[in-house]
Structures are given as C-alpha cells and as structure tokens.
Write a protein that binds this ligand. Structure first.
Ligand code: PXP
Length: 244
C-alpha cells in the first residue's frame, strides 16, 4: 500500500475573513491545525484580484509551513512574489477575473514558450513546479516538454458528474492520464471539487502522489471542526494502493 498525501487549500478560510475585512478566521491558524492533523501540504491561491488570500498570508505561512504550495497564474507581478517568497511548490493555474473558482485546466500546449520561461525561473529558485491541466495526453506531453516535473490533474468534470451519477468515462480519462503521465516521468497530483463522496472513485486511479482539496473540507469544518473534517478525508485516503 502506498501513501497518498493531502494538500489542504485554505483559500476559503481567507474568503470568510475577507467577508468582514478583519483578522478572523485566520488562515495561518487553519494551517497550524491542518498540519497537526495529518495534512502534508498547505495550498493557497494568490489571485491577481486578491479576493481571498493576501500577500501577508503567503509570507506568514512561509515562516512555518512544512510544504507550502502556491497556486498562481503566469502573471508578472505574482511570479515576482513567488520568486521572493520561495514556496516549496508552485502550481500554475489559469485565472479569469469573472470565475467563482479555477475553471478548466491550464492550456500548457497553447502557451509553451511563456510558461517554459516561468518554469525555468521558478525551478532555478529551487521551487518544484506543477501544471494544473485537464487529463489530456497533449497537455501532459507539453508539461513535460517545458520542464515541469509535476502535473495536477483537474478532477472538476469528474466531481460535477459524480454528483449526477455519470462518472465512468470521466474517471477513465483521469486514470488513463495518470498512467500516461507516470510513464513519461511526471509526478501525478489531482484536485478540484473532491469531497468525501466522490473520493472513492479517485482512490482507484493509480500513481497518485497528492490530492489537493479545499472547499469541501473547509465547508465541512464549519459544521464539525477542521480536525474531524480532515479525518473524514484522510481515513479513506489511508487505504490508497489497496484499490488503485
Ligand atoms: N487544485 C487547484 C489547482 C485549484 O485551483 C483548486 C481550487 O482553488 C483546488 C485544487 C481545490 O479545489 P476545491 O476547493 O474544489 O477542493
């Protein structure tokens, strides 16, 4: 049985804080509780519009978090911040001002040269770079070609379909992408829209290294507390490898 790691996205703790403009609830406190309860990495998305996570959060987390994963668009201002903060990992994502959350994967194949330059700069700074992509072999090939060692497969379509009960084809697409990505030497992460109901299908996908989950855990934590909400996800994750 292999170990599957959990990265907790704490953006929505900051969303709640920003609703009142004060200091509570504090994303740094959420990160501390998460690390004490079995989370391997803390993920934040520093968006151009700063709608939830602020620059001070990223710098504050960097001081103590064991593995900080910064989600970011390939935007010059944010790239400079990443080079200054030096998170352990960066996940490059597409970003659209109107969206409620990250919609769709990054078109790495269509933006090779701009992305390759950023991957090179971040890698030279000692940051491990991941591409958030659709489970599509073309995007996997492009990610490898521009020098990214990691991809995060977008599970949003699967998660939406799981809610409607029509998942087999979408799960197969993720499985095929994980197999192919692993065969060309990429580390395979996955995330978006995952929760305690649709997790079981994802646990049948081979070669997964890390799952990044945010909204469902933070939403559940409002009801039962962050430690128990994490345990609901970490307990089934502990069986990974038995099914994949
Ligand atoms: N991975 C990436 C790259 C994301 O952009 C997000 C959403 O911020 C997540 C994972 C987590 O998605 P969710 O909040 O739906 O669990």
């Amino acid at each position: 049985m292999s170990t599957l790691l959990l990265g907790l996205n704490i953006d929505h703790v900051a969303t709640l804080r920003q609703a009142r403009g004060g200091s509570q609830p504090d994303p740094l406190e959420a990160a501390r509780i998460a690390e004490a309860n079995g989370v391997s990495g803390i993920t934040v998305h520093l968006r151009k519009d700063r709608r939830h996570i602020q620059d001070r959060d990223v710098y504050g987390l960097r001081k103590f978090v064991r593995c900080l994963n910064l989600e970011m668009a390939n935007h010059p201002e944010i790239v400079e911040i990443a080079l200054d903060v030096r998170p352990d990992e960066v996940c490059m994502v597409p970003e659209n001002r109107q969206e409620l959350t990250t919609e769709g994967g990054l078109d790495v194949a269509g933006h090779r040269s701009e992305l390759a330059r950023t991957v090179e700069r971040l890698t030279a700074a000692g940051i491990r770079v991941s591409m958030f992509i659709e489970p599509d072999p073309r995007q996997l090939d492009a990610s490898r070609e521009i020098g990214a060692p990691v991809v995060e497969l977008h599970t949003g379509a699967y998660a939406n379909a799981a809610a409607e009960g029509s998942v087999a084809q979408l799960l197969e697409r993720i499985r095929t992408a994980a197999e192919y990505g692993h065969s060309i030497g990429l580390q395979i992460n996955a995330g978006h829209g995952l929760d305690r109901w649709n997790l079981a299908g994802i646990l049948t996908v081979p070669w997964l290294h890390t799952l990044n989950i945010g909204h469902s855990i933070i939403g559940r934590a409002v009801m039962i507390g962050l430690g128990p909400a994490l345990e609901e996800i970490l307990a089934p994750m502990g069986t990974y490898g038995a099914k994949a």
